[in-house]
Design a protein around this ligand. Structure first.
Ligand SMILES: *[C@@H]1O[C@H](CO)[C@@H](O)[C@H](O)[C@H]1NC(C)=O
Length: 225
């Protein structure tokens, strides 16, 4: 009798696992609204595929990631992201790459999240204080100081940042687990949205004075435009 139960349990588990592997594919952009007329459609989830017989090495390559980027801007950092838009061969492969340059003495890649990708970062130059915050209700801040050769992981969707505390420029490279991980820079999204979010909403949410949210919004506008 017992073995019958075991066998039954095995069959149920096998069925359950075949159901879970028939899941929808992950989204490859912010949204993909369904449309009935295929001629009016512009995208599938991601991009269309090139005929493999016309594929060349250029579809899979990019040059110039060795060149330092200009970090003279308000935050003192510059992200060069190579996603499916820069390397079309990444389509459907679930991976992308970034180079991040940081100005000396405080160059900041400000708090942001990647809604579709986990990030693994390797520090190559400088001294990077990095961290991420876990989701509600704990909001635990997990942080570390990285020196060249040190690696850190930012789990998918969590707010994270890096700041260079060295007196010299810093450089990092990062792999991301999506062909289009997306980036939401918290300050730009919240204070620089188009059209703007009602300042009363921001004042209450961030427990700020209305005047401060107005200033933050106009500063975020400057960064974006
Ligand atoms: C990043 O660097 C490139 C090349 O150095 C420059 O053209 C671009 O404007 C910089 N971006 C920002 C946000 O500073």
């Amino acid at each position: 009798m017992k073995t019958v139960h075991y066998r039954l349990a095995f069959v149920v588990l096998a069925l359950a696992s075949s159901v879970t592997s028939a899941f929808d594919p992950s989204p490859l952009q912010d949204f993909c609204v369904a449309i009935n007329d295929p001629k009016a459609a512009v995208l599938v989830n991601g991009k269309f595929c090139k005929d493999p017989k016309f594929t060349t090495a250029n579809d899979f390559s990019f040059s110039g990631l060795n060149i330092p980027r200009n970090t003279v801007n308000r935050v003192g950092s510059n992200v060069t992201l190579l996603n499916v838009d820069q390397i079309p061969g990444l389509n459907t492969l679930g991976i992308s790459l970034a180079r991040i340059d940081y100005a000396p003495d405080g160059g900041l890649n400000p708090p942001h999240t990647h809604p579709r990708g986990t990030e693994i970062l390797v520090a190559v130059e400088g001294a990077l204080l990095v961290g991420f915050v876990t989701s509600n209700p704990d909001n635990r801040f997990i942080s570390k100081l990285l020196h060249p050769g040190d690696v850190f992981v930012f789990p998918i969707g969590l707010i994270h940042f890096q700041v260079n505390i060295a007196k010299t420029p810093a450089v990092a490279f990062a792999g991301l687990s999506s062909q289009n991980p997306g980036t939401i820079t918290i300050a730009d999204a919240v204070f620089g949205s188009d059209p703007p979010i009602n300042p009363d909403v921001l004042a209450k949410a961030f427990q700020l004075d209305n005047k401060i949210t107005a200033t933050a919004s106009s500063n975020a506008d400057e960064v974006i435009r």
